[in-house]
Write a protein that binds this ligand. Structure first.
Ligand code: SF4
Length: 217
């Protein structure tokens, strides 16, 4: 049975796929933001394998940065919780924060193929981590997404007014009382852990392609 939270709580990765347009089921994020527990479906996702691969990549980057003379903080050392004036909580945990020569670089390591949401995740970290974090005071802040094949740097100016406005608008919608629209499509439902006790609209099968003959080609 689902348990309602007293204050909305949003994990950063629930926002970034919506911001990137890689996911459209706003209701799933809204539901998670407002419920601390619910009947979760088992997932095909191999969490153990992902964790091993991800940790290897984070440790590799950590060692590279230490060799280059950076001061490096990883994972739990970077966990943050930001509480808005509306009571909405946004929480996250950047993989790496590195400091050197007045520069602070927030970095996330990804073992999968590059996605737009990877960059947006780092942008959200760049927006929220420095709030109240003494390590970032006075530092020139930038970001980076690291893949096995290389990295993508994100300049400080990327956290602009347009991005801030989109972020705030989405946080207020996800954290608001009004339930948001569902998007029951197989490509999203197949990765969703919200069970039928809370969502009756799950699509379990891929759509069949509509076939028709044509003389166009
Ligand atoms: S099962 Fe599908 S429609 Fe229901 S919340 Fe999850 S993604 Fe949205």
């Amino acid at each position: 049975m689902s348990v309602r939270r007293t204050d909305p709580y949003i994990w950063v990765t629930w926002l970034t796929k919506l911001l990137a347009g890689e996911s459209q089921c706003e209701w799933a994020a809204w539901f998670r933001a407002h419920h601390s527990d619910y009947d979760r479906l088992p997932s095909d996702f191999d969490l153990a394998a992902w964790t091993v691969e991800h940790n290897e990549l984070v440790q590799l980057r950590r060692e590279q940065l230490l060799d280059e003379g950076w001061q490096v903080y990883v994972e739990d050392e970077n966990a943050f919780k930001r509480i808005g004036k509306t009571g909405i909580v946004v929480s996250g945990k950047p993989d790496i924060l590195s400091l050197r020569d007045g520069k602070a670089v927030i970095e996330d390591c990804k073992t999968g193929r590059p996605r737009t949401s990877d960059q947006l995740q780092v942008l959200v970290y760049m927006l929220l981590l420095p709030i109240g974090d003494p390590r970032c005071v006075g530092a020139k802040l930038s970001g980076r997404v690291t893949y096995r094949s290389g990295g993508m740097d994100i300049p400080a100016g990327s956290v602009d007014a347009v991005f801030r406005a989109k972020f705030v608008e989405l946080v207020q919608r996800i954290g608001g009382e009004k339930p948001l629209p569902k998007n029951p499509v197989w490509s999203e439902c197949r990765w969703c852990d919200i069970g039928p006790a809370d969502c009756l609209y799950r699509v379990d099968q891929p759509p069949e392609s509509a076939e028709a003959q044509t003389d166009l080609f």
